[in-house]
Design a protein around this ligand. Structure first.
Ligand SMILES: *Cc1c(COP(=O)(O)O)cnc(C)c1O
Length: 358
């Protein structure tokens, strides 16, 4: 069934790569073991090293930063937009220095960053744009799929994402010049991919690299998810829209704020969050909902205020919008098996919270 191959780059890995390339119109896609490792590959391909600076939001997952810190680069965190919680494109240019090597936008909740502006800054300053599209699989910006806009990008198929393989990811390579080296880095720094294609008669160590490719078992699981991509997306949209509709009255009364998606973006219903009036309300709502049988979680502790962020020289007070919104954000349950009755319970708990608050 797996075509006699359990290690990576067999039939199912190829099917996944090709499916992703075709569906999203990407130059080259290679499955990886995670979005984290795909981003690490991007950092190697971008030749990021000590003395370089990388511009990114602080309101993101640790892997966005780690991939570049691992190569010795310094992170320049930029504040987010209050409406989408994406990196504020109007603040990027001021963060560019002669040491800047790349801009790393992260598409929060599958809502695209203002990519025309970001790509233009990249072009004018000769910087790479590397998308953290972990949450942006199957979402678009002005009709183009996220992950295909920057020179390099990373997708995640972690179990918390829309299309899953437990752990898993992909690197998207949108410029020809990176393809050959990407294949080598992904195969432990060897030219094994060329060997399999019969382009060389033996394979050997030619560059740095690691084991960034998943096994065929992972790829087979993922391929089954990709075959159902439209079904999965439709279900997630229904969940998202139901929350949005049911919670609209609370937003109208200015009790909370719902997600915003600019007209030029089509998101993928990756997650549903609410912004509470204060951090105190957010922290009180969590046990209030738990007492009604609803588990809710939040993210992210802004990277610049985290223990590691401090260690690398960042501090509180640097990014006012991030620091204001991150502690007020709450994620609502949003997964394929979620029933309408579950959602009703979530909405009722939130309504009851605001009734009790008055
Ligand atoms: C999930 C996520 C990652 C990490 O993905 P893995 O596949 O678990 O490595 C990176 N960045 C963002 C923004 C994410 O949401």
């Amino acid at each position: 069934m797996l075509g006699g191959k359990l290690a990576g780059d067999g039939l199912f890995t190829k099917r996944c790569n090709q499916w992703l390339e075709k569906k999203f119109n990407a130059r080259k896609v290679l499955l990886t073991t995670s979005c984290t490792t795909a981003t690490e590959m991007c950092a190697i391909l971008a030749e990021v090293g000590p003395g370089h600076e990388i511009i990114m939001p602080s309101f993101t997952f640790v892997s966005t930063a780690n991939a570049f810190v691992l190569r010795g680069a310094r992170i320049r965190f930029v504040d987010i937009r209050p409406d989408t919680l994406n990196m504020d494109e109007t603040l990027i240019e001021a963060a560019v220095t002669p040491r800047t090597k790349a801009i790393v936008p992260m598409h929060y909740a599958g809502v695209a960053c203002e990519m025309d502006t970001i790509l233009d800054i990249g072009r004018r300053h000769n910087l790479l744009v590397i998308e953290d599209a972990a949450q942006g699989v199957n979402a678009t910006y002005k009709g183009r799929f996220l992950g295909t806009l920057g020179q390099l990008s990373a997708y995640s198929f972690h179990e918390t994402k829309n299309f899953i393989s437990g752990e898993g990811g992909a690197i998207i390579i949108n410029e020809e010049r990176f393809i050959e080296r990407a294949e080598i880095i992904r195969e432990k720094g060897t030219d094994r991919s060329k060997f399999f294609r019969g382009e060389v008669d033996k394979y050997t160590w030619v560059d740095i690299g690691s084991s960034y490719l998943p096994s065929e078992i992972i790829a087979a699981f993922l391929y089954a998810q990709l075959e159902e991509a439209d079904v999965i997306t439709r279900k997630r949209w229904a969940i998202f829209n139901y929350y949005a509709q049911q919670l609209q009255p609370l937003q109208d009364r200015e009790f909370l704020r719902l997600p915003h998606c600019p007209v030029e973006c089509h998101h993928n219903a990756h997650l549903f969050y609410i912004i509470m009036p204060t951090a105190h309300d957010r922290d009180r709502l969590i046990p209030f909902m738990a007492a009604r049988g609803v588990q809710v979680v939040f993210h992210y502790i802004p990277l610049h205020t985290s223990p590691m962020g401090r260690k690398i020289g960042h501090s509180d007070g640097d990014l006012p919008v991030t620091e204001d919104l991150a502690p007020r954000l709450l994620r609502l349950p949003c997964y394929f098996e979620l029933e309408k009755s579950d959602q009703d319970r979530v909405v009722t708990a939130i309504e009851e919270y605001f009734q009790s608050r008055r």
